[in-house]
Ligand binder design. Structure first.
Ligand code: MRU
Length: 347
């Protein structure tokens, strides 16, 4: 990946984020110096996608440490709670804030700042290896289930380098297939209302030179019924103990269709997206976003002025509809209450 496309960098004591709201037509970067700005960037979806939200959380806490001399534990926790409140569904945000808090408790301010910055860089570089491992697991699973051939893959939302800072999770699978000449076509759901599919995933696939077509989400049933989808891969914002998975709204619809048409449906996500402390999906908080994201496009009203909208940003896919859940350590299948701990806690 060329540096200019990198969605998240930390250099010269600043957090540099690529503004994902204006891609692909513009490539605009923001330079952030405070925790409040990191909160704003997550909430406004300048940075988005569960792993990149997690990395921003680490660097956001680093910025707070840089700006606060002689902090107390209470102040540190308060800063963490504030950052966590930016978006509720992706568990990576909480996970990374808690890891930072645990690691800096007994350090001086300067030591803590430097340690957290190095930790952030390490997590981004580790994600490259982890995403490659997930892609290989997915590839082996596809070969075993469907035989060696070129695959037509349907994906939803954006799970590539813009969401993950490296090759990506579900889109990492697509990239891996493409690199091995095993990708026939990637079907890219446009993903209303933020258009992560048509704006971001398509942008990434263009950069990769991978064959793809953008489709409206309502086309999924037609594509599956007419045999044009071999498998579905999506990412996750939170996977809980029974396999129920929060991901971009519309993911659950795909899993139901996949069951009907007997098409394998996979979730691909790093361990930081798993929350085995929650037993089932009803306990996951679903983010409700501003109705204007649906009613208007680029500040132009598209719905009648009298209409209101309901904008849940995520949905919950039932664990029992998921063929397999893949992380950097392997694949879980069948009874997730038993198989998920094996891949989350493996060495
Ligand atoms: O609202 P977003 O764009 O942050 O939602 C992103 C998704 O739902 C992704 O599929 C998920 O975070 C996985 S990213 C690898």
């Amino acid at each position: 990946m060329k540096e200019e496309y990198n969605p998240i960098q930390f250099k010269d004591h600043k957090l540099i984020l690529l503004d994902q709201r204006v891609l692909p037509l513009e490539e605009v970067f923001h330079s952030l110096e405070t925790l409040e700005q990191a909160h704003w960037a997550i909430k406004e979806m300048i940075v988005r996608g569960a792993p990149c939200i997690g990395f921003t959380a680490i660097f956001g806490m680093a910025l707070w440490l840089k700006n606060h001399q002689n902090f107390t534990t209470a102040e540190l926790n308060q800063a963490g709670d504030y950052l966590k409140s930016a978006r509720p569904t992706a568990v990576n945000l909480n996970f990374e804030v808690d890891r930072v808090i645990a690691m800096v408790q007994d350090l001086t301010n300067q030591e803590a700042y430097e340690k957290v910055v190095s930790f952030g860089h390490l997590q981004i570089s580790k994600s490259e290896t982890e995403n490659r491992a997930m892609a290989k697991t997915a590839y082996a699973e596809l070969e075993e289930r469907l035989g060696k051939k070129k695959y037509n893959i349907l994906t939803h939302c954006n799970t590539g380098f813009l969401a993950c800072g490296s090759i990506g999770t579900a889109l990492g699978v697509v990239q891996h297939l493409h690199e091995n000449d095993q990708l026939e076509l990637a079907w890219v759901d446009e993903t209303r209302p933020y258009l992560q599919g048509s704006r971001l995933t398509a942008y990434e696939l263009v950069k990769l030179g991978a064959p793809h077509k953008v489709v409206v989400e309502g086309a999924a049933s037609y594509l599956m019924k007419t045999g044009q989808v071999d498998a579905i891969f999506t990412g996750a914002d939170r996977i809980v103990a029974n396999g129920d998975t929060a991901n971009k709204v519309g993911t659950s619809n795909l899993s139901i269709l996949a069951k009907h048409y007997n098409i394998p449906f996979y979730i691909v996500a790093p361990s930081s997206s798993f929350d085995l402390s929650i037993q089932s999906g009803e306990k996951i908080e679903i983010e409700l976003r501003d109705e204007n994201e649906i009613l208007s496009y680029k500040n132009n009203r598209i719905a009648p002025i009298e209409s209101t909208a309901f904008n849940p940003s995520f949905d919950i896919t039932d664990g029992q509809l998921i063929t397999g859940i893949i992380n950097e350590k392997g694949i879980a299948q069948g009874n997730y209450l038993e198989s998920l701990p094996r891949i989350v806690h493996a060495d």
